[in-house]
Design a protein around this ligand. Structure first.
Ligand SMILES: Cc1cc2nc3c(=O)[nH]c(=O)nc-3n(C[C@H](O)[C@H](O)[C@H](O)COP(=O)(O)OP(=O)(O)OC[C@H]3O[C@@H](n4cnc5c(N)ncnc54)[C@H](O)[C@@H]3O)c2cc1C
Length: 496
């Protein structure tokens, strides 16, 4: 028999970035009894947020606005403000529209962009400490650190720090947290209002009553059956970059009650990762299996062919779709090949890899388990097609190949300087794009297009934002923006 236990103003399902923003915002909006449910045990808590790089994409008109988030940055990087370009709302918008191929919902996109900076300031006000995202997004070239557009700030100690700080903040706020407590089902009263959740914990099945519920329990990236169903092959076989607990429970519970699905259910964020990465994220390595410096070299499959334009854009605008391109190659693997001219520019995360190294390209080809004659031909054709412009990894340098398919649009230097190295990579799934339809208050809509009373959502569960691809650093910003809105709305809805 299902037990009944207590009444909560707001129950937040999940314990990642979005859930914490919602729980803290609910407290701030007057909710006194706020409960967070974490399906994972304490040792594995925090969802994908724990594994993340902690990077936040934010719109700001002038670089000195960033001093509100990272006031001491110039102590470590004296030229920081001079090296950062403004990233106004129009620039964030234009990036979102371009990479989602126009798929982003205009109303949700407007909220994401217009609330991004203010929400980051709110996070800092709650006690989240931030720093310049030097090892994640910046590149040191010609003795100078160059910062990419819009994605220059991260949480101190990256995702591990962000998660830890959120748990501390929520605890100080009096939010009650239950581990190993997975929501199984939403409870709906006779009026159609959501009035609680049924959970499964080590003691069995319990019914928890609440004034309102915020679903913040991630996408379905860790559920191979749903990946096969919605993303299709080869995603059912992909390694998961983060938590093993985001299995689509919240989406299932809401859809069962008639919630309106929204966004690209066949789409996901998937990145190039070390071919030996574990099946789920490693709590200590976190995002360090990422291999995102492919714009500086070439990528080949086991047939010996290049298969994408590695220099289409900066890595933060292509990496989220490149995992899929790799996963679709024979054997789900590829090799990233670099020469000595660029090895000092590779992201620091490459130190966790185990590259094949050789003094000549022929020797490297011999060492690689690929079609050798074709690889030799591909690399020769690439080297013959590279252009003449000066190489500059900090801008679109226009150093492109001529007459090559696929082309390389920028940063196309010849592979001619030993030693040469090759990093084996596969595609890892980060999170899924399909979600629920919400209104401006983060309230979930039903399939008759009216709001479901008492039900809110945020984070990976919000549909309609990302399609096909994603600009790096937008996920945490989205979680915080919509989490903050959802928490406030849930409190207002629950309180008399
Ligand atoms: C390796 C990696 C690196 C990343 N780097 C970045 C980055 O630098 N910047 C960025 O913007 N984004 C990044 N992302 C993406 C970003 O981390 C996620 O999109 C974001 O953290 C999602 O937040 P969330 O709160 O929606 O979900 P999560 O943080 O995943 O939290 C979901 C929570 O729900 C819990 N849960 C699931 N089902 C249930 C249930 N039935 N009952 C109770 N609890 C449940 C989970 O255990 C978890 O606590 C990265 C992701 C990964 C994996």
């Amino acid at each position: 028999m299902t037990k009944r236990k207590g009444y909560w103003d707001v129950i937040v399902v999940g314990a990642g970035n979005a859930a914490h923003a919602a729980a803290v915002s609910a407290c701030e909006s007057g909710a006194r009894r706020v409960l967070m449910l974490e399906k994972a045990p304490e040792a594995l808590r925090g969802g994908n947020t724990h594994y993340s790089g902690g990077l936040l994409r934010l719109a700001f008109d002038t670089p000195d606005a960033l001093l509100r988030l990272i006031p001491d940055v110039q102590t470590e990087f004296p030229d920081f403000l001079a090296g950062v370009a403004p990233y106004p709302a129009e620039a964030f918008w234009s990036d979102l529209r371009r990479v989602t191929r126009g798929g982003i919902d205009p109303d949700l996109g407007e909220l994401l962009v217009s609330r991004s900076f203010d929400t980051a300031c709110w996070m800092v006000g709650q006690g989240i400490r931030m720093e310049a995202a030097v090892s994640l997004a910046a590149i040191e070239f010609d003795g100078e650190v160059k910062w990419p557009s819009g994605a220059v700030v991260r949480a101190v100690d990256e995702g591990v720090g962000l998660s830890r700080m959120w748990f501390e903040i929520a605890s100080r706020r009096g939010v009650v947290l239950r581990y190993q407590t997975g929501a199984q089902r939403l409870i709906q009263d006779g009026s159609g209002r959501i009035s609680g959740v049924v959970v499964r914990d080590p003691d069995g099945i319990t019914r928890l009553d609440a004034g309102s519920v915020v679903l913040a329990c991630g996408g379905f990236e860790a559920n191979p059956e749903w990946r096969a169903r919605y993303l299709q092959r080869p995603w059912d076989m992909a390694r998961v970059r983060g938590t093993a607990y985001n299995t689509g429970d919240g989406l299932r519970m809401a859809l069962e009650l008639g919630a309106l699905a929204f966004g690209q259910w066949s789409g996901n964020h998937g990145t190039p990762i070390d071919a030996d990465a574990p099946p789920f994220g490693d709590r200590h390595l976190t995002d360090k299996t990422n291999r995102l410096s492919y714009p500086l070299g070439v990528m080949v499959n086991t047939d010996g062919d290049r298969f994408i334009d590695e220099g289409e854009d900066f890595q933060l605008y292509t990496y989220a779709k490149t995992g899929g391109a790799i996963l679709c190659q024979p054997g789900n693997v590829a090799y990233q090949i670099f020469d000595a001219k660029v090895t000092s520019l590779l992201e620091p995360r490459y130190v966790t890899g185990d590259p094949l190294v050789a003094d000549t390209l022929d020797e490297l080809i011999d060492k690689l388990p690929v079609g050798k004659a074709q690889l030799k031909a591909s690399l020769a054709a690439y080297n013959a097609a590279v252009g003449e412009a000066p190489f500059d990894p900090t801008v679109h340098d226009g150093l492109e190949t001529k007459g090559l398919t696929p082309s390389k649009s920028n940063w196309a230097q010849a592979l001619d300087t030993p030693p040469f190295c090759a990093y084996p990579v596969t595609g890892g799934i980060t999170f899924t794009f399909g979600g629920l339809r919400i209104d401006q208050n983060a309230q979930v809509l039903a399939s008759d297009w009216t709001p479901i009373e008492g039900l809110f959502t945020c984070g990976e569960m919000v549909g309609g934002l990302f399609h096909h691809n994603y600009p790096g650093g937008s996920g945490l910003t989205s979680g915080a923006v919509f989490g903050r809105i959802a928490g406030r709305s849930a409190a207002e809805s629950a309180l008399p």
